[in-house]
Design a protein around this ligand. Structure first.
Ligand code: NAP
Length: 535
């Protein structure tokens, strides 16, 4: 097989600050655009390297957890600087390992930098610890009231599983890593095998930043592996305190089960599959059907459909307007040139999962891109239709097809549309395309949809996830393992902390966040009132 050389990458593991290779198993990444392997072999982490990384992380935690917000912010900002300093090598490597275009690589890098700097700002200003103080009253009868002061403290070493579809923003220095480091938790990344070179380059930037800002050795490690064993050993390791994961339901659930079976179970925050239902209401179809069709053709094919928020399911009520919309959507979607998928395995999974749905006898193919595609890693976009009744009865039709595919459900009336929504599993997003006036007629439908999703979108597309404090990227199982948390935005830091109370503790021995003087000037809940004033 032909090979391509990518940037100067060692193929080794980062065990804390040092590059290490003690294992014998190697693997290579793959360039799906050129249909050939990249040249550099990556060394899978050995058991010794796994143990050393965990032990270093555990030791690093003792000091790292005590670092001020300002010091952690300096580290996070330095990581961002060092990622930018990687320059074109990072972009070239990213493209050579994913088949994604340069514009996407640059855009994702910008997002990654923004995330790191957002967390730096969050911990630098400090109020994120949610300090709460209830001052004591020794004269209270019949019992004196104790002085209680609570704040969030970090959990300990975290394992992050990088996502195949976000090699930068949800991998090595992505959202999970940035949030955990901001919280005060050392991170061990189980690098995604499909973009191990991109992962190593980013890891080198993190290690450089750690050294330059005086972080303890072991605050970050990056482990390679081409199979599931390294990840499983990390999840089983007694000194690991939580897991962050983005990927398939199968992988996320397996890690969740391992973590639950441990002698000391730990939380797994897995962001997994979603088909992101889109409900098209009748008036909107009548007035804007053509425009919506164009918008959705682009959304379904964006990033070759490889987004967890891809609109994989469109539901409407049978009418001429719905048929027109479907026809326009079909016309528009085949005008778009097919693009490359991340890896032959993901392409294979797309094909198999799509065929599984298309082989159900009640499903009709509406359209599929038919022209010859020279590269077998390119995906042909496809739309299919099914009746509301058949959709409700056949749970196989509710499965995610990761790629540029959408199933359109034609319900006979509002009641059937409500039943179809009720039959769904948990989802990351739900979208309503409607005119303002007709929305009020669908109150019950909206209430059903609220039960199923983490974010509800009005007249937009679910693809495109804004990074900001009010974003919720998570939802009822199986879209995520814990719907109380978001994997995107600064609120995602809450996954890596636990609340901790000091009772009757001398002021001078309290952390700065809880001392009377409030020298940090953070917002605190003092005797039930939010204030930044001293006590
Ligand atoms: P994946 O197969 O779930 O793998 C993600 C990571 O988890 C990889 O590092 C993998 O390790 C590890 N892993 C998987 N199963 C594991 C297990 N049983 N025990 C321990 N570790 C395990 O996801 P992927 O490689 O990103 O893509 C495969 C499929 O996942 C896609 O075709 C798509 O269907 C789905 N996916 C969904 C989303 C989404 O957001 N909904 C995002 C990405 C992918 P190894 O690779 O080393 O085996």
């Amino acid at each position: 097989m032909a090979t391509t050389t990518i940037a100067n990458i060692s193929g080794q593991n980062y065990i804390g600050n040092k590059l290490s290779v003690t294992g014998k198993i190697t693997y290579k990444t793959y360039n799906p655009e050129l249909q050939e392997e990249n040249s550099i072999p990556f060394y899978e982490a050995s058991d010794n390297e796994i143990n050393e990384a965990v032990s270093l992380a555990s030791k690093a935690f003792d000091s790292y957890k005590t670092f001020s917000g300002k010091k952690k912010a300096e580290f996070l900002n330095k990581i961002a600087d060092e990622i930018l300093n990687l320059g074109d090598a990072l972009v070239t490597t990213y493209c050579s390992e994913t088949g994604l275009p340069e514009g996407r690589a640059v855009g994702e890098r910008t997002r990654t930098i923004f995330q790191l700097r957002s967390f730096a700002e969050l911990v630098s200003s400090g109020s994120w610890v949610e300090a709460s103080i209830d001052t004591g009253n020794p004269d209270r009868t019949p019992m004196p009231k104790p002085d209680l002061r609570r704040m969030n403290i970090p959990l300990g070493p975290i394992v992050v599983f990088g996502a195949s579809n976000f090699p930068l923003a949800y991998s090595t220095a992505g959202g999970d890593t940035a949030a955990a480091l901001a919280a005060g938790c050392p991170v061990i990344v189980k690098s995604h095998p499909m973009h191990a070179g991109t992962g190593e380059l980013v890891a080198s930037a993190i290690i450089k930043a750690a050294k330059e800002t005086g972080m303890p050795d072991g605050v970050f490690s990056n482990l390679n592996s081409s199979g599931i064993e390294v990840g499983q050993k990390l999840a089983e390791h007694a000194q690991i305190k939580a897991i962050g994961f983005t990927g398939s339901i199968k992988g996320g659930r397996a890690l969740f089960d391992i973590a639950s079976r441990r002698k000391t179970p730990i939380p797994v925050f897995a962001e997994m599959g979603s088909i992101n239902p889109v409900i098209v209401l009748p008036d909107a179809l009548k007035t804007r059907g053509e425009e919506l069709a164009k918008t959705y053709a682009n959304s379904i094919t964006l990033g070759t459909g490889q987004f967890c928020t891809n609109p994989g399911l469109i539901l409407g009520i049978e009418s001429d307007a719905l048929d027109n919309f479907i026809n326009h959507l079909s016309d528009e979607i085949v005008k778009i040139n097919p693009t490359c998928m991340l890896h032959p395995q993901i392409k294979k999974a797309y094909h198999l999962n799509k065929e599984k749905i298309l082989s159900e006898k009640q499903v009709s193919i509406k359209t599929t891109y038919k022209q010859d595609i020279a590269n077998e890693n390119y995906a042909s976009q496809t739309l299919a239709t099914v009746s509301g009744e058949d959709f409700i009865q056949n749970a196989n039709l509710h499965e995610e097809v990761f790629g540029p595919f959408s199933l359109i459900v034609k319900c006979k009336d509002k009641g059937e549309l409500e039943k179809a929504i009720s039959s769904l599993d948990g989802q990351l997003t739900g979208t309503i395309l409607g005119n303002n006036l007709e929305i009020s007629e669908y109150n019950y439908l909206l209430s059903l949809l609220n039960n199923k999703v983490g974010r509800i979108i009005f007249n937009g597309v679910p693809t495109g996830v804004e990074v900001c404090p009010s974003m919720v990227h998570g939802g009822p199982y199986p879209s995520s393992t814990d719907s109380r948390f978001s994997a995107v935005g600064t609120s995602s830091i809450k996954r890596w902390v636990r609340p901790f109370s000091y009772q009757n503790w001398p002021n001078e021995l309290l952390p700065d966040e809880l001392k009377n003087e409030n020298s940090l000037g953070i917002l605190r809940l003092v005797n039930n009132k939010l204030t930044d004033q001293p006590i």
